[in-house]
Design a protein around this ligand. Sequence first.
Ligand code: NAD
Length: 357
Amino acid sequence: MSEKQIVLIAGDGIGEEITNSARTVVDAAFAKAGVNAKWIEKKAGGAAIDAFGEPLPQDTIDACQEADAVLLGAVGGPKWDDVDPSIRPEKAILGLRKALGLFCNLRPVKIYPALREFSPLKPELVEDVDFVIVRELTGGIYFGEREEAQGEGPNEFAWDKETYARYEVERIMDVAVETARKRSGKVVSVDKANVLASSRLWRKIAKEKAEANPDISMDYYYVDNTAMQLVTNPGQFDVLVTTNLFGDILSDEGAVISGSLGLLPSASIGTGTSLYEPIHGSAPDIAGQGIANPLGTILSAAMMCRYSLDLPAVADSIEQAVTAVLDAGYRTGDMYREGFTKVNTQGMTDAVIAHLG
Ligand code: NAD
């Protein structure tokens, strides 16, 4: 029986509840596929501050670097609002990105037919929405040089620098091309090449990659147009690839379109072990009540099976089970409407397991 080593970082707030749920689903899906999961539990975020006085202990980093994949709940919460800024819980996420070389964030946005009514867009606009945003994660303006405000009066100024090196753009384009190859083969590269020099390099390299990969169709959109197209015709997109800053904004726009924060997974991919987590936070307002929606974490675990564990059939079975459960009318509180079957975290977990193919 093959074995996969997965580091499980529950984190804070609802993290424990949702990662437990995903773990149970993965164990059930693995049992059907004849695969064994070796779960290695580690702490990060507020839980690690409480236990060790730091948000990302070296022991957690070492375990992640050695594992096949990392599954994370979420970190942070009001309990740690007043800790020293140098050890804030969010430092754990940035530290993991750095330690694992996670240069790429994959954010699938899919609208389940059963949940169309939750989208703020008209149902006919979101019928075919199923795309992935490939966001560059370790370069650009968030990591560039900056200078805080200086001077006085109307001339007081501050600046931030957007820089992209060829290797950074090439590797993110490669991920976009590979992702599209596993989907319908269409990439839209998003930039602001009519204004920014860094975007002109971005577009030049995107064109080179398009030429080198003739089986992939590549389009080039400006970011302002993309923001509009995402709300007027989101069904046209398959894979969007963009910079750190633009990806940050567009991926939140994508999340809103789907209308269900609790349902969206993500993957961060890089030079070492990849990390999988739902896009929502630690939801301290409902933590410990057993009512959190675990589907975003379960779908993150499905992505983990596909991208890191080489188990695409297990990924398919988990994703199909989630679709079946939603079609059958099961809803956690955040997605509940009258006439549906209201379940808690455990109830949703059991329902997904019961629907595994
Ligand atoms: P949040 O996503 O935690 O919660 C926003 C709202 O959505 C809340 O009402 C919450 O109850 C609800 N919600 C979120 N996930 C849910 C789920 N699975 N099921 C049911 N309802 C759900 O965002 P926030 O309140 O802005 O942040 C709370 C904490 O999480 C903060 O400390 C923030 O820094 C942290 N955070 C962490 C991450 C991460 O670990 N990657 C990401 C975002 C926010």
